[in-house]
Design a protein around this ligand. Structure first.
Ligand code: PLP
Length: 370
């Protein structure tokens, strides 16, 4: 075809030149860059997942249960055990990762002419959900300690009248958990928005929270405009399975059922997730150890004079470096991959096995001359 007849691709102008989101996936010995659980499932968990998937495979000529009723009941059971909050399965929703759950929220409650609000620094995927659903995007700020000032949050919500507010708690990349009083203040401000406003508390890292830090699940009963998002990707050690979920009032969940693609959760995913949930106790056995490892890492970094954000997650944000890229590259040259993210000068490292964390510490001593 002559060059002048090459048809153009009608790419949406706001997507022109954009790179797909994602941390580098590099094959190095120590990977501490995407907050995965470093422990693979045990042989007995692997065997149970394999036989559940084999059973599902026998029915793959049929579409899966599009309301995944059994999985929702299992997730409600898990949340009861984990947070002490009792939920009906119709209050639970799931999708291929909590990223898809949050996209469903923006598809149902965002859209053209509407606005979503969050507070930076926070999860870098949030503006992408807004962009992909043609929802306006407004960011407020977090304080110097990465907490959220309720007055600032209330003022932005009053001024912007958003239809969605996204709060990560514990926050990524800072590790900061929000006190429930702050979440309550945001819920109260959202309740005053004409036309309504849904508050999403993204608790992807909730299982790592320190003792005494409550979950926003405890606020669900009184707040029909609250959605609490969770995932099996982090503490649960199932990032490869792609299963995220949320808890909310039944009417909110019903709205998400309208926007989901038909049969979005494959029979294989449902079977694997249910088999893994049956092993929740075993899969979560590593969480206490990871928490202790995190607290020790925070102390170690502070003892070397670095600034470190308090963390309720399985990662630590530390700094402040004049040239953070040089530190990141120096660590990578020593086989340790961390994440160059967060405010200028800061870096984020996931908590790994004791051996991986030791390798990180040794490399950092060399690279940063601590
Ligand atoms: C990792 C992460 C998620 C989880 O994403 P999945 O799609 O469930 O794997 C959600 N929110 C935040 C803030 C995260 O860091």
């Amino acid at each position: 075809m002559p060059a002048d007849l090459q048809p153009a691709l009608p790419l949406r102008p706001e997507l022109a030149g954009l790179e797909p989101y994602g941390a580098p996936q590099l094959d190095v010995p120590v990977r501490l860059n995407v907050n995965e659980n470093p422990y693979p499932p045990s042989p007995s968990v692997v065997a149970d997942i394999a036989s559940a998937v084999a059973a599902a495979a026998g029915g793959l000529n049929r579409y899966p249960d599009r309301d995944f009723v059994a999985l929702r009941a299992d997730l409600a059971d898990y949340l009861l055990r984990e947070s002490g909050v009792s939920l009906d399965p119709v209050q639970v929703w799931a999708a291929n990762g909590s990223n898809e759950v949050m996209l469903h929220l923006l598809q149902a409650f965002g859209g053209p002419g509407r606005t979503a609000v969050s507070f930076a620094p926070t999860y870098s995927m949030y503006p992408e959900y807004a962009r992909d659903t043609a929802t306006g995007w407004v960011v407020g700020h977090r304080e110097a300690d990465f907490g959220l000032d309720p007055e600032h949050a209330t003022a932005i919500i009053a001024e912007q009248a958003p239809s969605v507010v996204l709060l990560a708690s514990p926050n990524n990349p800072t590790g900061t958990a929000l006190p429930l009083d702050t979440v309550r203040a945001v819920l109260a401000a959202a309740a005053r928005v004409p036309g309504g406003c849904v508050v999403v508390v993204d608790e992807a890292y909730a299982e790592f929270r320190r003792a005494g830090t409550p979950s926003a699940l405890t606020l669900l009963a009184e707040h029909p405009h609250l959605a609490v998002s969770r995932t099996m990707s982090k503490a649960f050690g199932m990032a490869g399975a792609r299963l995220g979920y949320l808890a909310a009032a039944p009417a909110l969940v019903d709205a998400l059922r309208v926007v989901r693609l038909p049969y979005h959760l494959s029979a294989v995913t449902q079977a694997a997730a249910r088999a893994a949930l049956a092993h929740a106790t075993e899969l979560m056995a590593q969480v206490d150890g990871l928490r202790a490892e995190r607290d020790a890492l925070v102390d170690w970094l502070r003892a070397r004079g670095l600034a470190v954000a308090d963390s309720d997650a399985n990662f630590v944000l530390f700094g402040v470096f004049d040239d953070r890229h040089a530190i990141w590259q120096g660590l990578l040259d020593r086989g340790v991959l961390i994440r160059e993210t967060g405010p200028d000068g800061w870096l984020r490292v996931s908590v790994g096995t004791p051996e991986e964390t030791a390798a990180f510490r040794a490399a950092l001593v060399e690279v940063a001359g601590l």
